[in-house]
Write a protein that binds this ligand. Structure first.
Ligand SMILES: *[C@@H]1O[C@H](CO)[C@@H](O)[C@H](O)[C@H]1NC(C)=O
Length: 78
């Protein structure tokens, strides 16, 4: 009796974890890695050559934009 209840509890827990995981996948745009590159500014295809305020990393920048790092490296976000 006690063990079957435990199994049900485990199954519920697993289902919860799966649901939680799916939820986080859907919120990908919000859950960005929390690190910052040395970004001077970014440029985006939609804004032409206009310099936009720096974003910490590609995850936080809109898709297709380029991060211009302070050491001269350009990182294009896909
Ligand atoms: C990065 O982009 C800027 C502006 O378009 C350009 O002047 C610079 O040469 C590029 N640097 C590299 C390493 O490609």
């Amino acid at each position: 009796m006690a063990t079957s209840r435990l199994h049900i509890a485990c199954a519920l827990l697993l289902a919860g974890v799966v649901l939680l995981g799916q939820n986080q996948e859907g919120m990908e745009a919000v859950a960005c890695p929390q690190y910052c590159l040395e970004v001077d500014y970014i440029t985006c295809p939609s804004s032409g050559s206009q310099k936009l305020p720096a974003r910490c990393n590609c995850c936080m920048a809109p898709k297709g934009c380029t991060l211009h790092l302070s050491d001269g490296i350009n990182q294009t976000c896909s």
